[in-house]
Design a protein around this ligand. Structure first.
Ligand SMILES: *[C@@H]1O[C@H](CO)[C@@H](O)[C@H](O)[C@H]1NC(C)=O
Ligand SMILES: *[C@@H]1O[C@H](CO)[C@@H](O)[C@H](O)[C@H]1NC(C)=O
Length: 820
């Protein structure tokens, strides 16, 4: 792979004024049915994410389209997460004399769960969220990077504009104390400033975090009260406009402020500014003053936010001739949801596959900053994270997939000029592979047992230092093997020959838990956990009579058995049926192990048709494209089309699972673009575009990549032939060169599934054992190339072992549900 050749200057984006992709963004897609999508206002990668919070069991991201009442408009959220509800601090709730009789501030209901108000239909678009509350107040909000600007419009004739500011509640009721509230006059705004902070437990991580806000109302209040709640009862302190007030807030006394403003001129509107920071209240105030000096400039701030979104979304341009509005809405909304997140890695296990590879094309500068942040986290904490949110360590899901995230950008040329210390990055990856950290939250587990055995035994004694669950032995080994392949790719690029050979070799370890004799549903050969003595492991809870059940954890059998924590079993959030397809660096060997191309292809068909595939979780993405590895790209087209049609739509329930920081959306984006990243390597598998023409502008090199699908129609959706920069192109995959250097890939579409395009041996995507990735010395583990013995047969290995991993012994880690 060639590098950027020192092309370091950031080329200004050529804005295409005519395109307004923001018009196609519908932030409510996925706000029901477990999508957990955040529909509030945010900038791309912005820190502040204000939106309404529903009093709903499904409010991981705040608002849910299920009609449940609203507890407030809070300032911080995550998108699409599993686990418990995330963030939700510093809620504002506009009140009237209906909720506070006689406008008496001591008579409003302040309790987070009891104060909720019914509402009408909300409206949202990039950078804007609005909801009519049943007390007659319209709540609107728009944003800059760290500052939310709220506008509340009360009913005509309202005599007092009341507002509640909740300092200590979050969505999951995890306030831990160390709160503080200050109220003071602000001479700059001729109004009232309130600052505050608190400490909370993160939704999928360890320890606690502190967050800060800075509230400004540019007018003096008529009256106001500070409230604290103790044993269900409120105590109130009168506040005076000209006096300073300061109060520490204990864990036992959650608190907030109630404000009453007299109506001014036009009477009904109240605009307030809310800065946030993860470091201090001073910082929150500085952000707020710098980003929104004029609190009355709501419409201007909103217009700027939308323009920023159009600029970022404009990295991709589509010709939508003949494409329905619905398809455009699905595409742009999905792209929109992949861009707002970056201060939460929630979690890399979900996002490394589809979100970060997208940034490598649409936003390489942001992606380089993300990598620098990850390497900094390694420098400060000792290991790379899988999950990290609100400055806390989050729970690891499977492999050390930060390795694959880093390698993906490395092989795509994010090197010279991006300020990334790749030697340090490589050091971090090697540490993952060689030094066991607290696998619960960083690096890898079972490093020592794997070094000894070549696999991770079920019920491994090599526990994380924190005493966390050392389960998922089979899926982790597959992921670690692929992570090792990625370490090799970076070693290779840095000219480190011994490390390259070592880690390419380690990537064969998947074969050490390949049981060629395991049989299920008409197919033979599965990934199966092993015991430390080399015998096959049977889980007494599911594998009755020592019949291994590779469909366990799939939608048809024990779907919810396989999350993190004790009792989660040996596969994480997917079945052996699905994980047995996960050898992205050496699919050629896997095809042989499964019995050759025809069996592989019919096995894939069966996998989907028998219900073993799970589109609602990220390991289910790549299998939909795997027909390309046996030269059947037309079947990939059919499979991907079926997935998009079956699992995605533009309604509030239009996602197959948790969005996971835009991951579900990113699958839809790639599918519509016509190619899909094998994350962690420079391979994109081709399906077919949903648009006749797609254009990508590289913000760094200025290069323009164009994919044309000529003759595309509902029937003409199979590639018949192709040219790349005018030359005949028969491979069913492309590399990142198209996006680094620019160029044109022209696909000639037709209705025939029998075209020879992409079907030849030389057209297949790269595999290590067939000389791919520049590894001429690599041999298939099937030929004894490094991997250990294929283990003893199931019959020999005896009864199931349950060891210390039983559910009944599980310490309650509070995260039995997975993140992804
Ligand atoms: C939209 O997709 C969801 C999730 O896959 C599905 O449950 C729902 O039935 C679909 N709705 C429509 C109208 O197709
Ligand atoms: C590859 O790994 C196997 C098994 O661990 C080992 O026996 C072999 O020497 C290794 N080969 C290289 C080139 O590192």
């Amino acid at each position: 792979m060639k590098a950027y050749h020192g092309l370091v200057s950031v080329v200004l984006l050529t804005l295409v004024a005519a395109q307004d992709p923001a018009q196609f963004v519908n932030p409510f897609i996925g706000t029901q049915n477990g999508g957990h999508v955040f529909p509030g206002a945010t900038l791309p990668w912005g820190s502040v994410k204000p939106g309404a919070d529903s009093r709903s069991g499904d409010n991981q991201a705040g608002f849910v389209s299920d009609g449940t009442p609203i507890t407030g408009i809070s300032q911080l959220h995550d998108d699409g997460t599993g686990g418990s509800s995330s963030l939700g601090q510093f809620a504002l709730l506009p009140l009237t004399h209906t909720e506070c009789a006689n406008n008496d501030l001591t008579r409003c209901t302040v309790d987070h769960s009891e104060r909720a108000l019914g509402h009408g239909d909300p409206v949202a678009s990039p950078g804007y969220f609005s909801i009519p509350l049943n007390n007659g107040v319209q709540a609107e909000v728009t944003v800059t990077e760290h500052t939310a600007l709220h506008r509340f419009t009360y009913k005509a004739g309202t005599d007092q504009l009341l507002l509640l500011l909740d300092v200590t509640s979050d969505l999951a009721y995890r306030y831990q104390g160390d709160g503080k509230v200050t109220v003071s006059p602000n001479s700059k705004t001729h109004g009232t400033r309130i600052t505050g902070t608190g400490r909370w437990i993160p939704s999928f991580g360890q320890n606690t975090y502190q967050a800060y806000f800075c509230f400004d109302a540019p007018r003096t209040f008529a009256h106001a009260k500070y409230y604290e709640t103790s044993a269900g009862k409120q105590t109130y302190t009168d506040l005076e406009q000209s006096a300073e007030f300061e109060k520490d807030v204990q864990r036992s006394a959650p608190a907030g402020v109630l404000l009453a403003f007299a109506p001014e001129k036009d009477g009904r509107t109240l605009e307030v500014r809310m800065g946030v920071s993860w470091t201090s209240a001073e910082k929150a105030c500085a952000y707020a003053e710098e980003e929104i000096p004029d609190i009355s400039a709501f419409d201007g701030v909103h217009a700027a936010a939308r323009a920023k979104w159009n600029q970022v979304l404009g990295a991709i341009e589509v010709d939508a001739t003949g494409v329905s509005d619905d398809t455009q809405q699905l595409f742009w909304t999905s792209l929109y949801r992949t861009e707002p997140y970056w201060d939460s890695f929630y979690c890399i296990w979900d996002t490394f596959r589809v979100v970060h590879p997208l940034y490598a094309i649409t936003a390489p500068t942001a992606q380089a900053q993300i990598i620098r942040a990850l390497i900094d986290i390694y420098a400060h904490t000792g290991w790379l994270p899988d999950c990290r949110m609100s400055l806390d360590k989050g729970f690891t899901q499977g492999g050390s997939n930060a390795d694959s995230l880093l390698a993906d950008s490395f092989v795509k040329g994010l090197k010279e000029g991006f300020g990334i210390d790749w030697e340090k990055g490589f050091e971090a990856m090697v540490k993952d592979a060689t030094v066991m950290g607290d696998f619960e939250v960083e690096g890898r587990g079972s490093v020592n047992s794997r070094a000894k055995l070549g696999f991770i035994p079920a019920n491994d004694n090599d526990h994380p230092p924190s005493g966390g669950a050392n389960t998922r032995s089979a899926s982790r080994l597959l992921e670690y093997a692929y992570n090792d392949f990625d370490i090799a790719l970076v070693a290779q690029g840095l000219g480190k020959k011994p490390e390259t050979a070592h880690y390419f070799n380690k990537s064969n370890d998947w074969f050490n838990i390949w049981n060629p004799d395991a049989e299920h549903s008409g197919f033979k050969g599965f990934i199966q956990p092993k015991k430390a003595d080399g015998g096959w492991f049977f889980d007494s809870r599911y594998d009755h009579g020592d019949v291994f059940r590779p469909d366990h954890c799939s939608p048809v059998f024990g779907h919810n058995d396989c999350y993190g924590g004790w009792g989660g079993g040996e596969f994480y959030e997917a079945s052996s049926w699905e994980y047995s397809f996960y050898v992205p660096h050496d699919m050629a060997s896997l095809v042989v192990a499964m019995g050759g191309p025809d069996t592989f292809s019919s096995r894939l068909d069966h996998f989907f048709e028998a219900g073993f595939h799970d589109m609602g979780d990220e390991p289910g993405f790549l299998p939909t494209y795997l027909y390309n590895y046996v030269g059947q790209p037309a079947k990939t087209v059919d499979r991907v089309d079926a997935m998009v049609a079956m699992y995605y739509n533009t309604s509030v329930n239009g996602l197959p699972g948790n969005d996971d920081s835009g991951s579900m959306g990113a699958y839809a984006v790639w599918s519509h673009l016509g190619f899909y990243p094998v994350a962690g390597q420079d391979t994109y598998l081709l399906n077919r575009p949903y648009f006749p023409k797609v254009t990508f502008r590289n913000e760094v090199t200025g290069s323009v990549a164009i994919i044309i699908a000529s003759g595309l129609s509902a029937e003409n959706k199979y590639i018949q032939s192709a040219t790349l920069n005018g030359e005949k192109y028969t491979k069913n995959w492309i590399s990142h060169d198209l996006f680094t250097y620019g160029g044109t890939l022209e696909l000639v579409m037709g209705s025939s599934k029998d075209s020879k395009w992409g079907t030849g041996e030389g057209d297949l995507p790269p595999s290590l054992s067939t000389g791919g990735f520049g590894c001429l010395a690599c041999v298939s583990p099937l030929k004894g190339g490094g991997a250990g013995s294929s283990g003893t047969s199931g019959a020999e290995s005896g009864g199931a072992v349950s060891g210390g991993g039983g559910v009944e012994n599980a310490p309650n880690k509070g995260w039995q549900r997975g993140c992804g």
